[in-house]
Design a protein around this ligand. Structure first.
Ligand code: ATP
Ligand code: MG
Ligand code: MG
Ligand code: MG
Length: 483
């Protein structure tokens, strides 16, 4: 039978150990000494300074399975979760790294050997991409020829642009072209582009027909100053990342990450808790809950707690999104989320002892947050009722951006929920006004330090809006606790 996700993780690390890579433990989801980043979002994060040469290690090849979260900042997959078969907020990224040691030829042959020989994936389902050349940077003919040498058919080596196939650490620093390995899941899968009357973009498409499983970054240039021309690095490096959940899905012959052994146990618990089977209708919400329970368990284990600022605020949004799906879509009216989180700990505690060590605390945090949110959920709905009756009295048809923003930030009502409820009752919401406020908030976020407290942001909003009952806002960290 097919390899389990744990077996795949181990097979990957062993494969690269056999090729002289040092097995290095995953770093924390909270980047150590890096104020520019919200969460660790790729395997290379713990090696940033090694790539730039600022830090030396006693090895030049490494392999990891890195805990990653992409739910805020530059990589934000939060809204995709539940609705694509391949995105998570928390996932594991398998990777191999060369710090000025081997380069493209080995990186490509290692990856191809692992995928086709060790995992045994069918070659006729695979395609690879190379950088097509854009922005005065030449196309990656070298990579193209190296893939062809591995036996990849030339019509399965596709050229993609800067957006998908060029990587840069930042405005300055190391950068270079990438190659991605994609797996064909099937053309009968619905495509978002086709649904909109356009053509499916194949490997470049946002749909789930072609699944990107592995990204190989060839760090061969450096940019000394923003927008300055690229200069070749004397010792080019390799950084690769392959999502374990995606690899598991193709190895296990599934079309969705959620159908793999990594998620089946968690989804079974969600289904049991809501008393509803996993169907087309309940699936998205059950997936949201399962995914967000993983993120919660791992983030709290790594020291993040739900709050109204920076990392804690992202965690709070993740937790509340899950709880809201449980409450509204799945009909669970009692605190349940901590039970799903507990299942995650039970299933993943062997591979990640920090989950087991932190279990009591993690569960307490999850339970406390849900109890608080359930109190605000009621207050938020009440607030909306009041707002709607005011609109009715004045003959207005649109809930103002300020109110959407307040519900979103203070009561944990995502704008789309406000919109759904409003529309049910024949009203609309001022999304434009809401977005303006959100952008203002984003501008006030400074990931070089903590973002401005949400209280401050709300006070600004309140100061500008007409006096309303919202002036009773309790302040940071007290939602749901007040009278
Ligand atoms: P996509 O285009 O599908 O969003 P990406 O190009 O943003 O993926 P990379 O930044 O190249 O992803 O990350 C390397 C690998 O990590 C990907 O090839 C994929 O296997 C995995 N990966 C990336 N984002 C996620 C996610 N949100 N959930 C699960 N796996 C992911
Ligand atoms: Mg992405
Ligand atoms: Mg991509
Ligand atoms: Mg990629």
């Amino acid at each position: 039978s097919a390899l389990t996700a744990s077996q795949i993780r181990e097979a990957f690390l062993q494969f690269f150990e056999e090729r002289a890579h040092r097995r290095v433990a995953s770093s924390s989801l909270v980047p150590v000494g890096d104020q520019t980043l919200l969460f660790t979002n790729a395997g290379m994060v713990q090696f940033k300074d090694v790539f730039t040469g600022r830090e030396q290690r006693d090895y030049r090849r490494a392999t990891t399975s890195q805990k990653c979260v992409r739910a805020g900042g530059k990589h934000n997959d939060l809204d995709n979760v539940g609705y694509t078969a391949r995105h998570h907020t928390f996932f594991e990224m398998l990777g191999n790294f060369s710090f000025g040691d081997y380069f493209k030829a080995d990186a490509i042959s290692f990856a191809w050997e692992f995928v086709t020989k060790r995992l045994g994936l069918a070659i006729d389902r695979l395609a690879v991409t190379v950088f097509n050349g854009e922005n005065n940077i030449p196309w990656d003919e070298e990579a193209f020829e190296l893939w062809a040498k591995q036996g990849v058919s030339r019509d399965r080596i596709l050229k993609l642009g800067y957006k998908d196939n060029f990587w840069a650490m930042g405005d300055t620093g190391p950068c270079g072209p990438c190659s991605e390995i994609h797996y064909h899941q099937g053309d009968d899968i619905p495509c978002v582009e086709e649904a909109a009357g356009r053509k499916c973009q194949g490997v470049a498409c946002d749909c789930d027909r072609w699944l990107e499983i592995w990204n190989l970054v060839f760090m061969q240039f450096e940019r000394k100053e923003k927008d300055a021309p690229l200069i070749p690095l004397p010792k080019p490096s390799i950084d690769t990342g392959a999502g374990l959940e995606r690899i598991a899905s193709v190895v296990q012959g599934k079309r969705s990450n959620y159908d793999t052994d990594l998620f089946q146990g968690i989804l079974a618990t969600v289904s049991q808790l809501c008393g509803k089977p996993y169907t087309q209708e309940t699936g998205a919400s059950q997936r949201v809950v399962a995914d967000h329970a993983r993120a919660t368990a791992f983030l709290v284990a790594d020291g993040v707690q739900p709050s109204n600022v920076a990392r804690g605020y992202v965690l709070r949004r993740i937790m509340r999104r899950a709880i809201r799906h449980g409450d509204q879509q799945l009909g669970i009216k009692e605190p349940f989320f901590f039970k799903v989180v507990d299942r995650v700990i039970e299933l993943m505690g062997d591979a990640f002892p920090e989950l087991r060590d932190g279990r009591t605390f993690i569960l307490e945090v999850a339970k406390h947050e849900e109890e608080g949110f359930r109190r605000t959920l009621d207050r938020g709905l009440k607030l909306m009722d009041e707002e709607l009756s005011k609109l009715q009295a004045s003959g207005g048809k649109m809930i103002s951006g300020d109110v959407v923003y307040l519900l979103h930030g203070t009561y944990g009502f995502p704008w789309d929920l406000t919109q759904i409820i409003a529309r049910e009752r024949g009203y609309d919401v001022d999304l434009e006004g809401f977005k303006v406020l959100q952008e203002k908030e984003a501008a006030s976020q400074d990931f070089h330090g903590e973002k401005k407290s949400t209280t401050e942001v709300f006070q600004t909003v309140l100061a500008r809006s007409a006096p309303t009952q919202f002036l009773g806002y309790e302040g940071e960290g007290h939602e749901g606790e007040g009278s």
